[in-house]
Design a protein around this ligand. Structure first.
Ligand code: ASP
Ligand code: MG
Length: 417
């Protein structure tokens, strides 16, 4: 007997039939003797619709009211699932973020969870075996009493936070893929499902473009050591042995991973833009003059490369920003032109970032060098490079993304036999 959080995404609760299917998944775990808290997303497409309504009401709208609108999708699915569970004879009730309460910051539309008191949920497990059906994505800012939301994809984060608060043995994320793969199987059909991934690796995979989980949920899992299991919601509840090991990927601490490969996975993102500021005088304070204004504009700079200009006297600085911030970033640099004192700026949006990730890199030298060689043999030019302890990223022309990912996947022995 244990305690579980089961999280279901939008496709799993897209209609009443699927909500009944989810209820049967939940009943299976309850019948196996577990305490269960379920976290649900809104029906697929619902949040997009609500966001569009808020914009239609006024393009410039109050973020507090935006949250009041978009949080409603999860209110509906939590109530519907509680009804479906009751119809199966399972004791259940729905919980909105403010009822538990899930306390958050007041950063509306991207609030952070500050604390959750799980005592009431635990008491109800003990006293009446009641399933808690929690609306994901939402919380409350205590001082103002206003509803908040956690940013798109935030119900993953709700689920992990609830798991930490009720001391769950595991947080199961039911989704439309059956786990985390070595890379996107649509690009590399030979991609393998990983049995286990360390939190640090998953954090890099998610930040570098793998879209399985919200990045923040992985951070929370790492901080609170919540074991997160990514599994498919399309399996029939009746086909699953509640005591067996279902297919999926466990995201856990490094200590739980006995044998690890040097490279675990390859992520990529085409939502990148490159900006090069050229012929800047090479003196102290220049980097601050460029990156200070970008930071003030809340633009996230990722890769940074500095080199000597062809004339030998000045320096060039190249960096990347999310494609969605590209125009703002260019404007920001142009406005600071006098302060920076550069000659030209050029930029490109048809670039992609490919990242190779693995905790094994800590103890192996020359991992990146192999990639440089393999890509050069394919005539793929590398525009920028960054490295960290367990990851390196390469900026290349977007047209070569698939080829680069496939080449590296084979190079590091990740292809399925
Ligand atoms: N419904 C929200 C969204 O679409 C939260 C979630 O699904 O995780 O972003
Ligand atoms: Mg999601």
């Amino acid at each position: 007997m244990g305690r579980l959080v089961m999280k279901f995404g939008g496709t799993s609760v897209a209609n009443i039939e699927r909500i009944h299917n989810v209820a049967r998944h939940v009943k299976r775990e309850v019948d196996a003797g577990h305490d269960v808290a379920v976290v649900v997303s809104a029906m697929s497409g619902k949040t997009n619709e609500l966001v569009a309504w808020a914009s239609a009401a006024s393009p410039m709208h109050d973020a507090r009211e935006y949250d009041a609108v978009v949080a409603s999708g999860e209110q509906i699915t939590s109530g519907l699932l509680a009804i479906a569970l009751q119809s199966l004879g399972v004791q259940a009730r729905s919980w909105q973020g403010w009822q538990i309460p899930i306390q958050t910051s007041d950063a509306h539309a991207s609030a952070r969870i500050l604390g959750i008191d799980g005592a009431e949920l635990i008491k109800r497990f003990k006293e009446r075996k009641e399933v808690a059906v929690v609306a994901g994505f939402q919380g409350i800012h205590e001082a103002t009493g206003r509803i908040t939301t956690l940013g798109r994809g935030g119900s993953d984060t709700s689920a992990v936070a609830i798991a930490a608060a009720i001391h769950a043995d595991r947080c199961d994320i039911y989704t439309d893929v059956d786990g985390v793969y070595t890379t996107d199987p649509r690009v590399v059909p030979k991609a393998k499902r990983l049995d286990k991934v360390a939190f640090e690796e998953m954090l890099e995979l998610a930040s570098q473009g793998a879209k399985v989980l919200q990045v923040r949920s992985v951070e929370l899992g790492m901080v609170h050591n919540v074991r997160v299991f990514v599994r498919s919601s399309f399996e029939k509840p009746e086909d699953i042995d509640p005591h067996g090991t279902p297919p999926g990927t466990l995201i856990c601490s490094e200590e739980e991973i006995v044998e690890s490969q040097v490279v675990t996975g390859i992520a990529f993102s085409k939502d990148e833009a490159q900006i090069s500021v050229r012929h800047i005088e090479d003196k102290p304070g220049v980097a601050a003059a460029i990156f200070g204004p970008l930071a003030d504009a809340s633009i996230n700079v990722d890769m940074i490369v500095q080199n000597i200009s062809p004339d030998g006297k000045t320096t060039d600085l190249t960096f990347t920003v999310p494609a969605s911030d590209y125009n703002r970033a260019r404007d920001t640099i142009e406005k600071a032109r006098d302060k920076i004192g550069y000659k030209t700026m050029d930029s490109a949006t048809d670039v992609a970032k490919v990242s190779v990730i693995g905790i094994g890199m800590r103890s192996h030298a020359g991992v990146a060098a192999q990639a440089f060689k393999a890509l050069s043999e394919r005539n793929i030019n590398i525009r920028a490079i960054t490295t960290s302890e367990i990851k390196f990223s390469l900026l290349i022309d977007a047209a070569y993304t698939e080829l680069a990912v496939r080449t590296l996947h084979t190079l590091y022995g990740l292809d399925q036999a």
